[in-house]
Every structure is written in structure tokens, then in C-alpha cells.
Design a protein around this ligand. Structure first.
Ligand code: ADP
Ligand code: GLC
Length: 479
């Protein structure tokens, strides 16, 4: 079976968050199950630089006024179709924003062109290639199902995966006239609160909707988490499902990870101590008896980073130290820098994005703290489980689905893998950390939790089967 995946990021070529990890890992995860997945991505400079000698697969003369070249390349085991449109994608900055951090003003066009190009590929623009199913990710690719629905050619069925419903691709109404859609599309899916909604259009047009955990699939049916789309999601509840993300267990393997000072496994945990020392050194922490907590995160409201800033004094008083790696809101960066100044040796911040350091922290810190207000899946707690870095997480979305809370019953049964923060407040974060400090003092109990986590299945195996049976069902229904 052939599946065409469409996304705005893919690891290791371009990544701003977990979306890239997932789109980068999924092709390899479904391949053993007989799915050939090709991925359509924009030709950003970072992507173009890694293509080697790409093959021209075709040209599209006029995609919303842009001439597009489709380039084929195999990079890091991925089968890529790169949408090359220099005027749209070859600029300084990240995939969505310029060097000043401000979103590009023409993002609607950049991702409409990506989506329209992908829809053309799905309906035969590349000679000899016809996918059985199209799988699109987030708002940047959400217009693909809409273009397929309103196109002239018979189209393959599509599934849209929502990685984060907070990002919706909402634009002014006047944009509609430039999307190359028939007038009927306005009332038939694209109009969203008086403007244009890319994610909304995709959620309406796709044959199936998935999100990245079962709990988040339920949460987005409520006003609290649905961000205005709960009505639509409820109306289509029969096609909505949650498939929890896996992680790339080759890339994230404590036995072979080059970013670690010392590789280790559940059997040889002692070697882990060397990584802990390396974290202490790299962050300038004081040698600590209490647990060292890692925070590896976008510094945003979604991630509860303001609550963390509020909780830091209490966390230190409870006996833990904290190493923070992240970038994002300037105010939050500043708050953490100030907390580090108040607690030298106990709180340390590294502002920035550092993939190798993220690996070292998972392999050297004692716990990873993820106090998100909402978390569709979350990957850092999964990396933590695999690396014996015990997760302390908010009880929401994928965090609730993947971490077994050390409540009394779970501890008595010896099955806990982490700690849930009850109702999310700064006080409850401190409470959860205090409990973690207590368990950390009891070495056998803590080791048990680490080993439970390391033994839990965070691979793609089950989830890949979930996606493949969905693809098969969609392809079957289309026949
Ligand atoms: P989200 O996609 O919402 O940011 P996830 O937990 O799904 O959250 O994925 C975040 C990914 O980005 C993980 O791979 C994590 O290790 C990585 N990450 C986040 N911030 C940083 C950072 N400052 N440096 C390195 N990696 C980071
Ligand atoms: C989004 C979500 C995160 C999820 C990731 C990959 O960025 O915020 O929870 O893990 O997508 O699905």
C-alpha cells in the first residue's frame, strides 16, 4: 500500500517540535507492515541543503501563481518529495517565522501551495505514482483534503492528524479568493468564524481524523480543550480516534546514544551516574543528593512554564535541583534566568535549542518535569521513560495515557513509572516533586520505577499497527 504523508516539518531535516519527530519516524514504523510512505515537505533552505543530488519528478506550472518543481530524494531513510518554490520557502529564519521571530505574513500562501501541490501529487502529477491514502499533519497540510474534495480528479481518501488543536491556521476572509477553490467551498468547510480556517477545512473534508493520544481525542470534544473546534469534532465523533505516538527507539537508545558520556541499560544502570555528572558540569549545578529534574521544552503557556517559574522556589525547598533547556517566550526565559540567579547551583537554564544536550539530560537527570496545561501526546516523557529519567507530568492528554502514576495502589503493585500532578497549579507541582524527592530517597523504590519505565513499550509497534489498519480501512472503503 502506498501512503502519501504531507507535513511542514520532518526530523532530521527540519524540526521545531514533536511533529517532526513523528513525521520522521512514521515512515520507518509502517514500512515493516507493508506501507510505502513518501513524505511531501516544503523546500526550506535547511531541507534543500540536505538533498544531495535530487531527481526532478515533475513541475507544476501554476500553483496559486507559483511555479513549483517537485524534487525526489532519499535522506536518512526517508523518501521525500520536496516542493521547491524558492519565492515561498527559501528564506532566512525558521519554517514559520523570520529571524525576528515574527510569523511570515504569507504563511497562508506558503502552506496553501504546499497543500495544493500535494493534492496534485495525490491525483497523478508525478508519472507512475498514485497513493492509496493521503495522511496529512496539522494545519499546514490541512488544506490537502479540501483541495482533494473540491478537485476535478478522482481522489484517494485522506486522514488528518491533529498534533495540536491550538494551532489552526486562521486567516482573513479575503484570502479565500486566492486559494483557487470554488465559491461553494466557503460555506462548505473553509469559512471559520468569518475568516478562513485551514485546520477547520481539513477536519471537515478528511475521511478520518486522528489525534495523538486517546485522552486528547476525548479532550478536544470539550470547550476547554477544543479551542472553538469542539462542535465540529463532536459532529464527526464517529471518525475521530486517538493513536498515541511512539518514539524512534534506534535514535533514542541509551545503549548506543552518541550524545551520552556513558551508554547504559536497565541491567547496567551504574554507568548512568557518569551522565549525571556530565549534566551537573554542563549546567554548573552543585553536586546534589536530591533528584535533578530536567525540563526540555518550548517555553510557553501551553507547557505550563509560567507555573513552573512560580513553583521553582518550592521545588528547591523540597530538595530537588532543576536543569532547564528551552526557548520561547522572552518573559519566561527571563523568569528562569532570575530563578537561576536566586538559586545558584540548584536551578540552571540553558536558553536555546540543543538536540545533543536534550539526549544527555534524558540520560543523566533523575526525573523529567512536564507540567503542561494541555499536551496532545508529548514526547519528552516517552524519552524519559526509555532513559530511566522518571516523568513527573500533568494529568492531561498523552501524558496521562503514557505515565503510570505512583499512587498507593500502583506503588504497592510495583507498576508505577512516574508521578501525576493532580489539578495543575504551582502548589500541586511542588507537591508532586516533594513526593518524587521522598521516593528518590528510597533507592530500591526509585530504581524500581526507573526500571518499570525502561521496560514500558514506547516504540511505534502498536501505533504503527493502528495507523496501518486505518489506512487499510480507508483504502477499502474507497474501492
Ligand atoms: P511539542 O511538539 O509540543 O513541543 P513534544 O514533547 O511532542 O512537544 O516534542 C518536543 C520535541 O522537541 C522533543 O523531541 C524534545 O526533545 C524537543 N525539544 C523541545 N525543546 C528543545 C530544546 N530547547 N532543545 C532540544 N530539543 C528540544
Ligand atoms: C504537538 C503536541 C505534542 C505532540 C507532538 C507530536 O507538537 O504539542 O503534544 O507530542 O505534536 O504529535
Amino acid at each position: 500500500m502506498k501512503v502519501l504523508s504531507v507535513a511542514s516539518e520532518i526530523f532530521p531535516l527540519v524540526k521545531t517540535g514533536g511533529l517532526a519527530d513523528v513525521t520522521g519516524a512514521l515512515p520507518g514504523a509502517v514500512a515493516p507492515l507493508g506501507v510505502e510512505m513518501r513524505t511531501v515537505v516544503p523546500g526550506y533552505p535547511a531541507v534543500m541543503a540536505q538533498l544531495g543530488k535530487p531527481k526532478v519528478l515533475g513541475t507544476l506550472e501554476d500553483v496559486l501563481g507559483h511555479s513549483v518543481t517537485l524534487l525526489g530524494a532519499k535522506v536518512a531513510g526517508l523518501d521525500l518529495i520536496v516542493v521547491q518554490a524558492p519565492g515561498l520557502y527559501e528564506r532566512e529564519g525558521g519554517p514559520y517565522a523570520g529571524l525576528d521571530g515574527i510569523d511570515f505574513g504569507d504563511n497562508w500562501k506558503r502552506f496553501a501551495v504546499l497543500s495544493k501541490s500535494a493534492a496534485l501529487i495525490a491525483t497523478g502529477a508525478i508519472k507512475g505514482y498514485r497513493p492509496d491514502v493521503v495522511h496529512v499533519h496539522d494545519w499546514q497540510a490541512a488544506m490537502v483534503p479540501c483541495y482533494l474534495a473540491f478537485g476535478d480528479s478522482p481522489a484517494p481518501p485522506s486522514v488528518i492528524t491533529v498534533h495540536n488543536i491550538a494551532f489552526q491556521g486562521q486567516f482573513a476572509a479575503h484570502v479565500f479568493g486566492e486559494l483557487g477553490l470554488p465559491a461553494s467551498a466557503w460555506a462548505d468547510g473553509v469559512e471559520y468564524y468569518g475568516g478562513v480556517g485551514f485546520l477547520k477545512a481539513g477536519l471537515r473534508a478528511a475521511q478520518a481524523i486522528t489525534t495523538v493520544s486517546p485522552t486528547y481525542a476525548r479532550e478536544i470534544r470539550t470547550a476547554e480543550f477544543g479551542m472553538g473546534l469542539e462542535g465540529l469534532i463532536n459532529g464527526r465523533a464517529d471518525v475521530v480516534s486517538g493513536i498515541v505516538n511512539g518514539i524512534d527507539t534506534d535514535l533514542w537508545d541509551p545503549e548506543t546514544d552518541d550524545c551520552l558520556v556513558a551508554p547504559f541499560s536497565a541491567k547496567v544502570l551504574k554507568a548512568r551516574e557518569k551522565n549525571r555528572k556530565a549534566v551537573i558540569k554542563s549546567f554548573g549545578l552543585a553536586p546534589a543528593k536530591g533528584p535533578i529534574l530536567a525540563v526540555i521544552s518550548r517555553l510557553t503557556w501551553q507547557k505550563g512554564m509560567d507555573l513552573l517559574a512560580e513553583a521553582l522556589d518550592g521545588i528547591v525547598a523540597a530538595g530537588a535541583s532543576v536543569a532547564i533547556l528551552g526557548a520561547g517566550d522572552r518573559d519566561l526565559e527571563q523568569a528562569f534566568i532570575e530563578a537561576a540567579a536566586r538559586h545558584p547551583g540548584r536551578v540552571a537554564v540553558h536558553v536555546g535549542y540543543d538536540e545533543p544536550l536534550a539526549h544527555l539530560m534524558q540520560g543523566g537527570c533523575d526525573a523529567i518535569l512536564v507540567p503542561s496545561r494541555f499536551e496532545p501526546c508529548g514526547l519528552t516523557q516517552l524519552y524519559g521513560l526509555r532513559y530511566g529519567c522518571v516523568p513527573i507530568v500533568a494529568r492531561t492528554g498523552g501524558l496521562a495515557d503514557t505515565v503510570i502514576d505512583a499512587n498507593m495502589a500502583a506503588r504497592a503493585a510495583g507498576v508505577a513509572t512516574g508521578f501525576h500532578i493532580g489539578r495543575l497549579t504551582a502548589e500541586r507541582i511542588v507537591d508532586a516533586v516533594a513526593l518524587a524527592c521522598e521516593v528518590h530517597d528510597d533507592k530500591p523504590a526509585w530504581t524500581r520505577m526507573m526500571k518499570n519505565g525502561m521496560a514500558s513499550d514506547v516504540s511505534w509497534d502498536a501505533s504503527a499497527r493502528g495507523y496501518v489498519s486505518l489506512y487499510q480501512r480507508l483504502a477499502g472503503e474507497a474501492r
